[in-house]
Design a protein around this ligand. Structure first.
Ligand SMILES: Cc1cc2nc3c(=O)[nH]c(=O)nc-3n(C[C@H](O)[C@H](O)[C@H](O)COP(=O)(O)OP(=O)(O)OC[C@H]3O[C@@H](n4cnc5c(N)ncnc54)[C@H](O)[C@@H]3O)c2cc1C
Length: 404
């Protein structure tokens, strides 16, 4: 591909985060000549991702999982502990993957390890070219999209996949608005060593400010996502490693023994945002360009991977049928397939988060009752677990282990 590229069957993916890399790999694997353009993030991402079982299957099918498996820890048990200290407290709920016939709900992996594995896979695909650069403008035209880079080059393709994150310029170019809301919460992220084993168990403490979640990593290590009020985040940021470790040990009731926080820390203001359309004007949005949800229940990137799998499947099918891969039909189909999955998960996560923050007694009792029912009613419990791992409807082929 050269600076001005015009092949009918080519795609341009904008954004080299995990959603963009997955889309680019899937398209190239399916025989579509693909250009992946983007910047590597300026600052290392110290977050981890709990990849649910379907996402692991998709990454395995794309040849990424064999390159990352050794760095991931299985999630066999998930515990939810009500630590709100309120009148209506929910019972502790414990889900085991074997109850729904799985070895593990998924695997937790550091984002940098996941992205390294994806980049390695991407570099070895003959139909995929990676260009390191900043995109300045996306211009949708009647039969193609033009992508202008800072270095002066322009690439053209019948479809652009906008995987350029929260401040997506692809979304702006497609003239798509977001419905969004900021929460009075910040997620602090870090990894820590601990003296006791985690037994492949992730524990989510529900506190009045949001969840405090420990997720296993290989060995005696876990990642922490600690959702707090912004002023508490500032206070925690001012602590040295030893003080912060002691705070974490206290907040986790020493379930993992002595805690040793590792130096790198992240700070993410919490937000829920959903694009009003997921595609328009030859541009399809995937990952956080399309939706942002709070880090509760490990849904964000799992949704992003399903976006990438879905648009790739539709574009490859259209290409094989000699149809326009970025045409209105493909884009409208993509929007229809993704709306229910993204909408229902955003709604559930938003509701749960708001009942945690609420001082309104009926809201607290509703959450308590919900968790009580999930704990006690076997079929409901298993249905919730299955739906949490994968959507019953609109499951893309990659998530079923089928090559594109
Ligand atoms: C605290 C926290 C914990 C989380 N935990 C989980 C979890 O356990 N499980 C889960 O599924 N999800 C989780 N998520 C969500 C997950 O991290 C995100 O969904 C995911 O990182 C989004 O990936 P992305 O590829 O869409 O966007 P990004 O990772 O933001 O990638 C966008 C890329 O586009 C590039 N880019 C942007 N603009 C341009 C431009 N103009 N030119 C060139 N390049 C550009 C950027 O440099 C970047 O590389 C969590 C989120 C948070 C905040």
């Amino acid at each position: 591909m050269s600076g001005t590229h015009n092949d009918r069957d080519a795609a341009v993916v904008v954004g080299r985060g995990p959603a963009g890399l997955t889309a680019a790999i899937a398209l190239a694997e399916g025989g579509i000549q693909t250009l992946l353009v983007g910047l590597r993030p300026a600052k290392a991402d110290n977050r981890t991702t709990a990849l649910l079982a379907d996402s692991v299957t998709a990454l395995d099918t794309l040849g990424v999982w064999p390159l990352s498996r050794a760095k991931a820890a299985p999630l066999k048990v998930m515990r939810i502990v009500d630590d709100t200290g309120r009148l209506w407290r929910a019972p502790e709920v414990r889900f085991e993957a074997r109850e729904i016939g799985l070895d593990a709900f998924g695997h937790n992996i550091e984002n940098r390890d996941l992205i390294d594995a994806m980049e390695e896979r991407a570099r070895n695909l003959p139909g995929l070219r990676i260009v390191d650069g900043e995109v300045l403008a996306i211009k949708p035209e009647r039969d193609h999209v033009a992508v202008d880079l800072k270095d002066g080059s322009t690439y053209r393709a019948p479809i652009a996949i906008g995987a350029d994150g929260r401040k997506s310029i692809c979304r702006a170019a497609a003239d798509i608005d977001m419905d969004d809301r900021d929460y009075p919460q910040v997620a602090i992220t870090l990894c820590a060593r601990h003296s006791r084993p985690h037994h492949d168990t992730s524990t989510e403490f529900h506190t009045p400010n949001g969840p405090f979640t420990l997720v296993p990593l290989p060995g005696n290590r876990s990642s922490l996502v600690w959702v707090v009020a912004p002023e508490t985040a500032d206070d925690l940021a001012s602590r040295d490693d030893a003080e912060l470790s002691a705070e974490i040990e206290r907040a986790s009731y020493s379930i993992l023994g002595k805690i040793e926080a590792e130096p790198a820390r992240g700070r993410f203001p919490l937000r829920v945002a959903t694009a009003r359309r997921f595609a328009d004007r030859r541009i399809a949005l995937v990952g956080e360009a399309a939706h942002v949800i709070p880090p509760i229940g490990a849904q964000g990137l799992n949704l992003g991977l399903r976006d990438a799998a879905t648009i790739s499947e539709l574009a490859i099918k259209a290409d094989r049928q000699h149809q326009d891969i970025g045409g209105d039909e493909v884009l409208a189909h993509y929007d229809r397939l993704r709306r229910a999955d993204v909408g229902s998960r955003s709604f559930a996560v938003d509701l749960l988060n708001r009942t945690l923050l609420s001082d309104f007694l009926p809201a607290q009792s509703m959450r308590g009752l919900g968790l009580y029912l999930i704990d006690r009613i076997g079929p409901l419990r298993r249905a919730v677990m299955r739906e949490g791992v994968a959507p019953a409807a609109a499951r893309p082929r990659l998530m079923r282990g089928e090559a594109l």
